[in-house]
Design a protein around this ligand. Structure first.
Ligand SMILES: Cc1cc2nc3c(=O)[nH]c(=O)nc-3n(C[C@H](O)[C@H](O)[C@H](O)COP(=O)(O)OP(=O)(O)OC[C@H]3O[C@@H](n4cnc5c(N)ncnc54)[C@H](O)[C@@H]3O)c2cc1C
Length: 386
């Protein structure tokens, strides 16, 4: 039955970023009336098999979840204590968290594990509502936003926060200017158990025309992300064929591998937006920016948007949030977002370039950075504080 309801904030997209934003808002102001509109109702089962979507979450963001009472099942969470990166000839660099940098570089969390923990937290708030359905259209006015659903229900918010992902419907309907660069690559993801102990070490190989990453999970399993321009050549392989090419590309670093989740491919795009707000609509997460996954920072940037926007709302008040406040928020976030987008984009371009000069530069560069300890410390501090 169609309904007509008012909220302080309507969030479109209940993925990790949208739901984390809701949880943080409600910690600051528990009486805020929040609606999350999500296209797909998640289904959780007891002891689920390993999720294929696994994210490296920075210590800063992981700790923020603890602060707001979001506790994923730690027995399923991996951690990176060391990282080794190999160039395509003789370059290499290694990072470790030992001593100086707390105890880990990142936590590796399954999407469903973190999503369930956030949704469990949200259940504590009676003024938080979930709506699973399809949006027909959005009317963005100067002082409020109306969301018209396919079933003719109308939800009005003082603000609409769009966290509906890289192909954001809200971004298109509301008419944000965005520029997309297609990497013409996909990230092929899969999980394995391995023969040798991964010792909480992440590995990354820049292979010339592709990038392969091994991320250490709990119980001596790994998740891989293989960014390649020819995902079909991997997906069309038999299970044994796929395992063999992964073992060969990783120089059998972790011995014999056993595939535990079907490989899946995600197309990779760089999404650039100069202004993330328009009247009462604000974009966060992948709706605002996408990034190459080689540094595993996409969702971390999205969490940064969520915490900062929520802090601003707590400081100013939701209905008082002015265009000047949003301009300041946009400026601050864009600085962080562009820094990371540019770093990942440049690395992707440098390592995807077949010229001899680029080959020399990237491998020399890796060895050079590896030999400058203070620079490595800065890079590590940057990564863990994202
Ligand atoms: C191969 C690969 C590996 C990655 N690895 C990492 C990593 O290790 N670390 C990291 O930080 N990042 C990683 N990323 C990036 C990460 O996946 C994204 O940055 C992150 O998922 C963005 O979260 P989000 O909540 O903004 O969007 P999404 O995860 O896309 O969620 C959007 C939500 O909105 C819903 N939705 C969509 N349209 C509508 C609509 N019209 N109405 C209602 N709801 C809607 C969707 O159902 C979904 O629940 C990786 C990306 C790829 C492709």
């Amino acid at each position: 039955m169609a309904v007509n309801k008012e909220f302080d904030i309507v969030i479109v997209g209940g993925g990790l970023v949208g739901s984390a934003f809701a949880a943080d808002v409600l910690i600051h102001s528990p009486n805020t009336r929040v609606l999350i509109i999500e296209a797909k109702k998640p289904e959780f089962i007891e002891n689920p098999p390993l999720d294929s979507k696994i994210y490296a979450v920075s210590p800063k963001n992981f700790e923020q979840f603890t602060k707001i009472g979001v506790f994923p099942d730690l027995s399923r969470v991996g951690k990176i204590e060391k990282m080794k990166v190999f160039g395509d000839t003789n370059g290499s660099i290694d990072f470790d968290s030992g001593g100086t940098y707390d105890v880990y570089l990142a936590r590796l969390v399954e999407y469903t594990n973190l999503q369930k923990a956030i949704l469990d937290k949200l259940e504590e708030y009676p003024n938080l509502e979930m709506c699973y359905g399809q949006i027909a259209t959005i009317d963005n006015q100067i002082s409020q936003v109306h969301v018209v659903m396919a079933d003719k229900s109308i939800y009005t918010g003082s603000l609409l926060v769009a966290a509906d992902g890289g192909n954001s419907f809200v971004r298109k309907v509301v008419g944000f200017n965005s520029q997309q660069i297609d990497y013409e690559q996909s990230g092929v993801v899969a999980n394995f158990s391995c023969e040798k102990n991964h010792a909480n070490t992440a590995y990354q190989w820049f292979l010339g025309d592709s990038i392969l990453a091994f991320l250490p999970l709990a119980e001596n399993k790994i998740s891989i992300v293989w960014s390649t321009s020819n995902p079909k050549s991997l997906l069309d392989l038999s299970c044994d064929g796929f395992v063999s090419v992964v073992e060969a590309a990783s120089q059998n670093k972790l011995g014999k591998l056993k595939l535990i989740t079907e490989p899946q491919a995600f197309p990779l795009k760089l999404n650039l937006i100069e202004k993330c707000y328009k009247d009462r609509v604000i974009l966060i997460g992948d709706a605002f920016h996408t990034i190459h996954p080689l540094a595993g920072q996409g969702v971390n940037l999205g969490f940064g948007d969520a915490w900062e926007l929520s802090a601003l709302m707590a400081q100013v008040g939701i209905s008082q949030l002015s265009q000047a406040d949003l301009a300041r928020y946009n400026y601050d976030r864009l600085f962080e977002v562009r820094k990371m987008q540019l770093t990942c984009h440049s690395l992707q371009r440098l390592f995807n370039n077949r010229s001899l000069v680029a080959n020399y530069a990237r491998n020399f560069g890796l060895n050079l950075v590896n030999s400058i300890k203070p620079l490595k410390k800065i890079l590590i501090n940057n990564a863990i504080n994202y």
